[in-house]
Design a protein around this ligand. Structure first.
Ligand code: PLP
Length: 498
């Protein structure tokens, strides 16, 4: 299996090279050159596999410069060794047609762990295979979840350091504490004076600094990214769609071969794109439903064929989906346009000059064939959290609630009664203030501090605070710096050369 950039360069790139490089030199994203196809018999053979075994089996089709044993070892380190509970991805059925897959049982309580526990293992081996001897520093800007998951995934990994910048005041208190109390000898965390976009732009500027790159190379060092533009982050996400399908078949909830739908709360379009790759590879999937919060730029695109980021950026209670440029959409457009790199490069140039583009009819039809979409307001999100709890005794976080709400609207509008799996992307305890307000109302929380809310939620719902979050408010704070955006490079340099 070889990889190529969505904008046409670097044909013949190996899996390992794609993981180490992250982004293609022409600014495009790496995609597999050929389709992977698992037959009906292949799927049947996957039925008895454990999550770890399944991960190795699926990934082997895309990462053929890794041996089966290497992939199994990576999967064991990522999902075994006590990193996740016995059941890696629990699937819960709420009513006749709606199930939920919980992707947040890893060390940081968000679905990013599914990929960021795997990426470091893949990267260490990929670096070896590419003969790369430099010390790597992973630089990441985060709106909350990616940063913590990257810190936890790369902590104490030999030969790799990790530094995270987050917007001061722009993440939940739980998210902030998770990051600034991070343990490990190769990690650093720094707040910046600005919003997430400022942090992201600052990191991109450091990546684009050619002189700095040359200076680093001369001293045996290099930078890399843990963002979802990296194929090594997307690949592990394909696995859980297979897992959940097979699990529903094992339970007798789905007849082997019958299709199911997935509904995915979407930000950077990584998680949902993995579902698309699963479908392309032969998983019986009907509609893939894209759920947005009020930053509905991607779901509007799926509905209209027009991508237009010239609109206000809204701050919502599902901050991991507050985004106006969904990087991974480029991979879908590449595929839906019949893999036309010139066409993709043209659209992306338009996006950066005008902030908008419109796809042609054929591309839009191809997208329509697989996807549906919708969005949820803040009030609808809160109402869904409350309704799902009252109706099923089941606690969900605001991101998951956006998905469940959009699924309800889709089902009503389309009449499609196919069993649908909503993807649950974070523990409700990670966004406990919004969840508690949705359930008990603002009044009930008057005078309650953020540190007390997890206990209150646990006491009122009987759901235990997840282990990684328990005691967070008592943990020792290791990182206290806040810098101007203009000082990010200086801060990164201090850490890299430390
Ligand atoms: C990152 C994230 C999302 C969005 O996932 P994408 O792959 O960026 O679309 C949704 N929910 C939570 C909790 C997240 O952390």
């Amino acid at each position: 299996m070889k990889y190529v950039s969505t904008r046409g360069s670097d044909a013949g790139t190996t899996f390992s090279e794609a993981v180490v490089k992250g982004l293609a030199p022409d600014g495009g994203l790496f995609v597999p050159e050929e389709d992977v196809c698992f037959s009906h018999d292949d799927l049947a053979e996957m039925l008895p596999l454990t999550y770890t075994g399944l991960a190795a089996r699926i990934m082997s089709a895309y990462a053929d410069d890794f041996t089966a044993d290497e992939l199994l070892e990576c999967a064991q380190k990522a999902y075994g060794d006590g990193k996740f509970p016995e059941i890696t991805v629990p699937v819960t059925t709420l009513d006749g047609s709606l199930s939920v897959m919980e992707l947040w049982h890893g060390p940081t309580c968000a679905f990013k762990d599914m990929a960021l526990q795997m990426l470091p293992r893949l990267m260490v081996k990929a670096v070896e295979k590419c003969g790369e001897k430099k010390e790597i520093t992973i630089l990441t800007a985060t709106s909350g979840d990616t940063g913590k998951a990257a810190l936890e995934g790369f902590r104490d990994v030999p030969g790799i350091k990790v530094m995270v910048f987050f917007p001061d005041g722009g993440v939940s208190e739980t998210q902030r504490l998770q990051m600034v109390t991070q343990e490990g000898s190769n990690v650093s965390v720094c707040a910046i004076k600005g919003n997430f976009d400022n942090a992201q732009t600052g990191v991109k500027r450091i990546f684009g600094d050619k002189a700095f790159a040359a200076e680093l190379a001369a001293s045996g060092r290099m930078l890399s990214s843990a963002n979802s533009i990296n194929w090594g982050r997307l690949l592990p996400q394909i696995v859980y769609y297979f897992h959940t399908y097979l699990e529903l078949v094992r339970r007798g909830a789905v007849l082997f071969g019958d299709r199911i739908n997935f509904c995915v709360p979407t930000g950077n379009f990584g998680d949902i794109l993995a579902c698309y790759y699963a479908k392309k590879a032969g998983l019986p999937v009907g509609k893939i439903i894209c759920a947005s919060n009020t930053n509905s730029v991607v779901s509007d695109f799926i509905r209209t064929g027009v991508y237009d980021k010239n609109r206000p950026f809204e701050i919502t209670m599902s901050p991991a989906m507050d985004i106006l440029v969904s990087s991974n959409l480029e991979r879908l457009i590449h595929d839906a346009s019949g893999r036309n790199p010139e066409y993709v490069a043209g659209l992306m140039a338009k996006l950066s000059s005008e902030g908008a583009y419109t796809v042609d009819r054929a591309t839009q039809n191809a997208v329509d064939a697989d996807f549906a979409s919708g969005s949820a307001t803040e009030a609808e999100t809160m109402q869904t959290i409350s309704e799902v709890y009252r109706g099923f005794g089941y606690l969900i976080d605001p991101h998951t609630a956006v998905g469940v709400n959009v699924y309800g609207k889709y089902r009503e509008a389309s009449g499609d009664g196919t069993r649908t799996v909503c993807v649950s992307t974070a523990s409700p305890f990670k966004f406990n203030a919004s969840v508690a307000e949705s359930l008990f109302g603002k009044e009930a929380l008057r005078g309650v501090t953020e540190a007390d809310i997890p206990g209150l939620l646990e006491q009122k719902t009987g759901e235990p605070v997840p282990k990684p979050l328990a005691g967070l408010f008592q943990k020792k704070i290791r990182f206290t710096d806040t810098v101007e955006v203009s000082d990010m490079k200086k801060k990164a340099e201090e850490f890299i050369y430390e």
